[in-house]
Design a protein. Structure first.
Length: 203
């Protein structure tokens, strides 16, 4: 029986070349860059796994690559979290589930954040509900995983560099299998670097 790491690698092999929302990178490239940023930031293995897997929901449906331009929200964060819950605990699944909410949160609390978003991300923001309301902000902060989701969001925003050299998905298989067995319950502080600072950390 294939391990979850091998299942993920096979999924990226078969569907990872699809376009990542008009950003100039593929789904695979985006995922690997996010995971690399998480490693460079010293994240634990559970959060590195979440960074690699945060957009896997885009690979679990047959909607067109330009679905956002057609005003279709694929709710990829919920699709991903539901699929991952069969294999991983909340230190992986909750940052994944909350990474879209984290974008909406940052748009509401950080005046500069919205200006940092790429045009495709602004398009998807409108479909995802726009900046959070005060009550939504308060609710988001009640999650014990919200700070991890904020870190993941920043890596997500920065992981859009065309032709960047990264490790392969196969190099993360053993990490995914370890995390699937046992997650480290390590609290993580919010990451406050800008998207540009994060991009500059990439080799």
């Amino acid at each position: 029986m294939n391990s979850i790491g091998n299942v993920v690698a096979t999924l990226f092999q078969s569907r990872g070349d699809s376009e990542y929302g008009g950003e100039g990178v593929s789904q695979r490239e985006h995922a690997l860059q996010a995971a690399l940023l998480a490693q460079h930031a010293g994240a634990n293995e559970a959060l590195v796994a979440a960074a690699l897997l945060h957009d896997i929901g885009h690979l679990l449906h047959d909607l067109p690559d330009d679905a956002p331009e057609q005003s279709i929200d694929d709710v990829h964060e919920n699709r991903a979290a539901a699929w991952l819950t069969r294999h991983f605990g909340p230190h992986v699944t909750e940052p994944v589930r909350l990474h879209v909410a984290a974008k909406r949160y940052l748009c509401a609390v950080d005046p500069d954040y919205l200006n940092e978003l790429s045009p495709p991300s602004v398009t998807s923001l409108r479909l995802q509900g726009g900046p959070m309301s005060a009550s939504e902000i308060a609710q988001f902060r009640t999650s014990s995983h919200y700070s991890s989701a904020l870190r993941l969001r920043r890596w997500d925003d920065a992981a859009k560099v065309p032709s960047l050299v990264t490790p392969s998905v196969e190099e993360f298989v053993e990490l995914l299998d370890r995390v699937a067995i046992s997650e480290p319950p390590v609290p993580l502080a919010a990451h406050d670097k800008t998207n540009e600072e994060l991009r500059n950390e990439l080799p």
